[in-house]
Design a protein around this ligand. Structure first.
Ligand SMILES: NC(=O)c1ccc[n+]([C@@H]2O[C@H](COP(=O)([O-])OP(=O)(O)OC[C@H]3O[C@@H](n4cnc5c(N)ncnc54)[C@H](OP(=O)(O)O)[C@@H]3O)[C@@H](O)[C@H]2O)c1
Length: 224
C-alpha cells in the first residue's frame, strides 16, 4: 500500500484515478477545488482536502495541513483549457488562467509537498500533461494557451527530474490519452476508468530509469 495525492479528484480523469487507486488498496489523498465535493469523493475511501491549485495561499495551506504526512506519489492532474483555438482569438486572460493551473500550480505543488515526497518511499511526481504539449506534433490544434501550458509543464518535469535525480526521484509527464470527460468531450475515444488503470499499471512499474520521461498512458514514449 502506498500513499498517492491526486489533484482535481472530483471528476474526469482525477476521479477515475482516485477510484482505481482506492480499489487497489492504496491510501489516497484527493484534492477538490469546491468544498461541496468533499463528501462525495470521501465516500470512495479518500482523504479529501480543498485545494484551489491556481492560488499560492491555497497550496501553502494544503502543505501546512499535510505537514509530516509521507506521500509516495504526487499526481498533478487538475487542469483547464480555453477557447483560443485560432490566431485572432488569443488573449492574455486565457494564457494567464490556463498557465496558472496547468503549469505554475504543478510546479508549486511539487515544491510545497517536497518534504512529504522526500519522506515517502517512491518519490514520484506524475504530471498529467498531454500529447498536445508536444512541440514535435504542434499541428494537433487545440487551445493555444493549453498547448503552450502543457509544453511548459513538460519543461517543469524535465527540470524537476534533473534537480531531484540525486535524491532518487522519478518525475514524469504523462499523456492520459483522449478521454471522455468534460474536457475531452463526448467524441473522445477512451473511458478514463479503463485508461487510468493502464496509466497506473505503467506508473507502478516506473523506476528511476524513467526519470524525466514523457509517456503515453500505455507507457510508450512521446516525442518532445
Ligand atoms: N480529457 C482528455 O482527453 C485529456 C487529454 C490530455 C490531457 N488531459 C489532462 O488531464 C487532466 C484532467 O483532465 P479531465 O479531462 O479530467 O478534465 P475535467 O473533466 O475538466 O476535470 C478537471 C479537474 O481539474 C480541476 N481543476 C481545474 N482547475 C482547477 C484549479 N484551479 N484548482 C483545483 N482544481 C482544478 C477540476 O475541478 P472542478 O470540478 O472544481 O472544476 C476537475 O476536478 C488535465 O490536466 C488535462 O489537461 C485530459
Amino acid at each position: 500500500m502506498q500513499t498517492y495525492l491526486v489533484t482535481g479528484g472530483n471528476r474526469g480523469i482525477g476521479l477515475a484515478l482516485v477510484r482505481e487507486l482506492a480499489s487497489r488498496g492504496h491510501k489516497v489523498i484527493a484534492t477538490v477545488r469546491d468544498s461541496s465535493k468533499v463528501a462525495d469523493v470521501a465516500k470512495l475511501g479518500a482523504t479529501v482536502h480543498v485545494l484551489e491549485a491556481d492560488k499560492p495561499e491555497s497550496i501553502a495551506a494544503l502543505a501546512k495541513t499535510l505537514a509530516g504526512v509521507p506521500i509516495d506519489v504526487l499526481i498533478n492532474n487538475a487542469g483547464v483549457s480555453d477557447e483560443d483555438r485560432v490566431v485572432g482569438t488569443l488573449n492574455m486572460e486565457a494564457f494567464e488562467r490556463v498557465f496558472r493551473t496547468n503549469t505554475f500550480a504543478p510546479a508549486l505543488i511539487a515544491q510545497a509537498l517536497l518534504p512529504n515526497l522526500r519522506a515517502g518511499t517512491r518519490k514520484q511526481v506524475l504530471n498529467i500533461s498531454s500529447q498536445l504539449g508536444s512541440i514535435a506534433s504542434a499541428n494537433a490544434g487545440f487551445s493555444y494557451a493549453y498547448n503552450a501550458s502543457k509544453a511548459a509543464l513538460n519543461m517543469i518535469t524535465a527540470r524537476l527530474a534533473k534537480d531531484l535525480a540525486k535524491e532518487g526521484f522519478t518525475v514524469v509527464s504523462f499523456c492520459p490519452g483522449w478521454n471522455k470527460t468534460d474536457m475531452g468531450g463526448p467524441d473522445a475515444v477512451l473511458d478514463p476508468a479503463v485508461s487510468m488503470k493502464q496509466l497506473l499499471d505503467v506508473a507502478e512499474k516506473l523506476t528511476t530509469a524513467s526519470n524525466g520521461a514523457y509517456l503515453h498512458y500505455h507507457g510508450e514514449p512521446i516525442a518532445w
